[in-house]
Design a protein around this ligand. Structure first.
Ligand code: SF4
Ligand code: SF4
Length: 361
């Protein structure tokens, strides 16, 4: 007796551009081959959900300047090391003698500061609502320990204002957001409810397994089919409607919203987090103010367009020729969450033939 056929294909009666906001979703969609299950006319666009990728060149240049500063130990997550700044990168600075250390948690940086109080230890605060609470905890721990040599260069960003900016951009049309699971576990569903209502765009939070992604995508497509636009949760086992209140409280204690510059999206009001004045002594921009020369993105790099869904990675002229994971030109090929790295690693050659007008709308 033959097994019953399992039909995994997704259904929708109309064309649509869906954006996966999260870099880990980009990788999972590519790894599981889920784009091939989409109905004809439905396209996935990568979004600004990789914190390394959206950090602008100027912030990389600032971190390089800090790393060069006498007496500074710069601590960072590993993905930042190879991202090119205008003239250097953190890995290059380390190779020529700067004290740059890769850490897995900001608390490691606090430990370095505690162990050697003659050095200024600066943590590169890059990341979304998933990372910011841990960094806030590190500041509170340093305050509690009375450390005067630990600080954070905060380039943190928050996701909901970027979704609003994308909906207001005039070179991309997005018909639905596949929203990031980890960020949503912290912020909850309310921010998406506001975006869905304001822009009439469906938002569905999804997890990272193949079945999570298929379910989340089908919920998005069902809304589009039915002409609905609401926020739905397809990741109930991790995302509560109110989010993680403890993480929100810690974050709000240490940080306050500020305008922030995003690679590809420009300056977005209230999309960044800076240290509150109460914690100014832990703010590297106050403690070690740096002046950097004018910043410039790598020549020919189209990461900015990839990050707002205006260009598929494979459409960048440098993709897989001058720009590869071994010799990356832009951050989207460096970062493990980058859209170009995902397309290179799991790429579907047919993507190259997608006409630009299908997504540049
Ligand atoms: S931090 Fe979490 S939610 Fe954000 S891009 Fe990475 S995996 Fe996605
Ligand atoms: S292929 Fe390289 S240069 Fe082009 S957008 Fe991607 S990372 Fe940037």
């Amino acid at each position: 007796m033959s097994e019953p056929a399992t039909d995994l294909s997704l259904r929708c009666s109309r064309p649509a551009n869906l954006m996966e906001v999260c870099g880990t979703h980009s990788h999972a969609l590519a790894r599981y081959g889920i784009k091939q299950l989409l109905p004809s006319g439905v396209r996935m666009l990568s979004g600004p959900g990789c914190p390394v990728c959206v950090t602008p060149t100027r912030d990389i240049d600032l971190l390089v300047a800090l790393a060069r500063h006498e007496g500074v130990t710069l601590c960072t997550f590993g993905d930042m090391m190879r991202v090119p700044g205008t003239r250097s990168s953190l890995s290059l600075e380390r190779a020529i003698g700067a004290d740059v250390r890769v850490v897995y948690s900001p608390m490691e940086a606090v430990e370095y500061a505690s162990a050697d109080q003659a050095r200024q230890v600066v943590f590169a605060g890059v990341g979304f609502e998933t990372t910011a609470p841990m960094v806030a905890v590190s500041v509170l721990a340093a305050a509690e320990a009375g450390l005067t040599n630990y600080s954070v260069l905060s380039a943190h960003k928050t996701v909901p204002p970027a979704l609003s900016a994308l909906m207001e951009a005039d070179d991309v049309r997005i018909d639905g957001f596949l929203c990031p699971g980890h960020v949503s576990a912290v912020i909850g569903m309310q921010p998406y409810e506001a975006i869905a209502a304001r822009y009439r765009v469906p938002c569905v939070v999804a997890g990272f397994e193949a079945t999570d992604l298929l379910r989340g995508l089908q919920m998005l497509l069902d809304q589009i089919d039915a002409g609905k636009a609401c926020a739905e949760n397809a990741y109930e086992r991790s995302v509560r409607p109110e989010g993680n209140l403890h993480a929100q409280t810690v974050m709000a204690e240490v940080f306050e919203p500020c305008d922030s510059e995003w690679r590809g999206l420009g300056r977005i009001p209230d999309s960044g987090l800076r240290l509150r004045s109460k914690y100014a002594c832990f703010d590297a921009s106050v403690r070690c103010p740096m002046v950097v020369e004018a910043s410039q993105d790598p020549p020919g790099c189209r990461c900015g367009e990839v990050l707002r869904g205006a260009l598929l990675p494979e459409e960048c002229p440098l993709f897989a020729s001058d720009c590869t994971p071994a010799a990356p030109v832009g951050p989207c090929m460096v970062s493990t969450e980058g859209a170009c790295a995902a397309a290179y690693r799991y790429g579907d050659p047919t993507e190259v033939q997608v006409p630009a007008e299908a997504h540049n709308v």
